[in-house]
Design a protein around this ligand. Structure first.
Ligand code: ZN
Length: 108
């Protein structure tokens, strides 16, 4: 998986503060372990920084947002497998991990 494709995937995500979509130029890939990617994005309009973890496989893609930097560090250090990272959903209050529903919200 290329970084450019990861960035393209992230442009489907909207800023949690202002609702504006992220753009490729403002997205940085921090690191990745196999299918799990850590990404930092800065909103082009309100400049809020967002950390995201994305699980990208051939047919299954999932983006987990609203991570704190401490959570990202914890995940990077623990060398979790992609499946174990699914447990990260417990951290999240606003996103239930359903990728299709995440995208459906864009139509609201
Ligand atoms: Zn914003």
């Amino acid at each position: 998986m290329e970084e450019s494709l990861i960035k393209k995937l992230m442009t489907s995500i909207k800023c949690g503060v202002c609702g504006y979509s992220y753009v490729v130029d403002n997205i940085d890939v921090l690191s990745h372990h196999q299918d799990l990617w850590f990404v930092s994005a800065i909103c082009p309009t309100c400049h809020t920084r967002c950390l995201m973890a994305a699980i990208v496989k051939e047919e299954v893609s999932e983006v987990i947002t609203d991570l704190t930097e401490a959570e990202v560090d914890k995940l990077k250090d623990s060398k979790l497998t992609a499946d174990e990272v699914l447990d990260m959903h417990d951290f999240l209050k606003n996103f239930d991990g359903d990728f299709s529903r995440l995208f459906a919200r864009r139509k609201d």
